[in-house]
Design a protein. Structure first.
Length: 383
């Protein structure tokens, strides 16, 4: 790997990268062929990226219809959706084989960095994956979902990249202590047994013990895992700690955990609409959560979080795809005509406009159309 940092002259918007891009620790961030589409992505690469030298350019490129060079073996991670899928798959392997993994700490941190990069590259697509790309088992997927939401809140709080990486590692490993049972619990239609309740109550402690046994000895990381189910009023578990004794990053994980759990359907209940999930936490958990942090979550996710299905005033149905001028006026991609017929292509709507204002929020099964995330966000969301 070359030790030359990427410069502004090395990156062209709309053009594929000419090198595999690595972070300062040598970990792969993006493969050659990734098409840089906006200035935010350029900033990320300039801040974090190193690239390979001339030996990496020996592969003959293909040329697409627009004359752009595409490297055939390097499209594996050219979309945020694929990056998120890869993270979920690798996390599942690591988590379920933790006792056989001699480099667990290093691998958790590598996955944390990949999650952060994916979220920074396009936070809209990363958030969209929570509701629109629910592949893989719930238990591991939930941890990645919580990590994505936590990254956005931590970034809004201006936390350093180094701190965010460890915060994400805590998100990815927070449920290690009950992971093997979580899929079973997810599918239960009856109440929990006493043994299951005990297992849930003690899973933060069990997770810490398992992480220590696997070589994780970072005090802050372990503390955030241990405290992520504690409540402001001391009614949480396992230690019944009060607000002053709960680390702020554990509070971030806790709220993200509650939000992501509420918007996921269970066998015993239907999922909450995303617009109602944070309101439910804010109203129903006044004494148990940090209300200032919940307000920040609402600001960052919006009244209508990305991935929410809505009906517009003109009768069109679609999906929230990005923030708008205010928390209540996001951009929506319409998927159906006012009469419910599927549109040949999704149409971007500004919900500030009266005709395209949001009339109501819908469940997925109320929108009678099939689509992929690529239809909404383009190549960055290719599955």
């Amino acid at each position: 790997m070359s030790n030359k940092r990427i410069s502004i002259s090395d990156i062209q918007l709309g053009q594929p990268l000419k090198w595999d891009v690595y972070g300062s620790d040598g970990g792969l961030l993006l493969r050659r062929g990734f098409v840089v589409t906006n200035s935010n992505q350029v900033d990320i690469l300039l801040q974090r990226g190193l690239y390979l030298g001339d030996d990496d350019e020996k592969e003959d490129p293909l040329v697409d219809a627009d004359g752009r060079k595409i490297f055939p073996k390097t499209l594996e991670r050219s979309s945020v959706v694929r990056m998120i899928s890869h993270i979920r798959e690798e996390l599942a392997v690591l988590s379920f084989n933790l006792d056989q993994e001699p480099e667990a700490r290093t691998k958790f941190l590598a996955l944390a960095k990949q999650t952060m990069i994916a979220t920074y590259l396009d936070s809209d697509v990363a958030l969209g994956c929570i509701l629109l790309h629910q592949n893989g088992g719930y238990a591991v997927r939930h941890c990645v979902d919580v990590a994505v939401v936590s990254i956005l809140v931590a970034k809004a709080l201006k936390k350093s990249d180094d701190e965010i990486i460890f915060l994400v590692a805590a998100c990815l490993s927070m449920n290690i202590g009950m992971l093997s049972h979580q899929e079973h619990l997810q599918g239960k239609s009856e109440g929990l047994s006493r043994e299951e309740q005990e297992m849930i109550f003690h899973h933060p402690e069990q997770s810490v013990q398992m992480l220590k046994a696997a070589g994780v000895n970072d005090e802050t990381w372990l503390s955030w895992v241990l405290h992520h189910h504690e409540n402001e009023d001391g009614t949480g578990y396992p230690g019944k700690k009060g607000s002053a004794d709960i680390p702020k990053n554990a509070k971030i994980i806790s709220i993200a955990d509650r939000y992501c759990a509420r918007i996921c359907s269970r066998s015993y209940r239907k999922s909450l609409l995303p617009s109602a999930a944070l309101r439910d936490i804010l109203i129903g958990g006044k004494s148990t959560v940090d209300l200032m942090l919940v307000a920040l979550f609402v600001r960052e996710l919006g009244t209508y979080p990305i991935g929410t299905f809505v009906k517009l005033e003109n009768g069109e149905m679609g999906v929230v795809t990005s923030k708008g001028a205010s928390a209540t006026t996001p951009y929506v991609h319409a998927l159906t005509s006012p009469w419910g017929a599927p549109l040949p292509a999704a149409i971007k709507r500004d919900t500030q406009k009266t005709l395209h204002g949001i009339r109501e929020v819908l469940h997925r099964d109320q929108v009678p159309v099939r689509f992929s995330m690529r239809h909404l966000w383009g190549e960055i969301a290719m599955e």
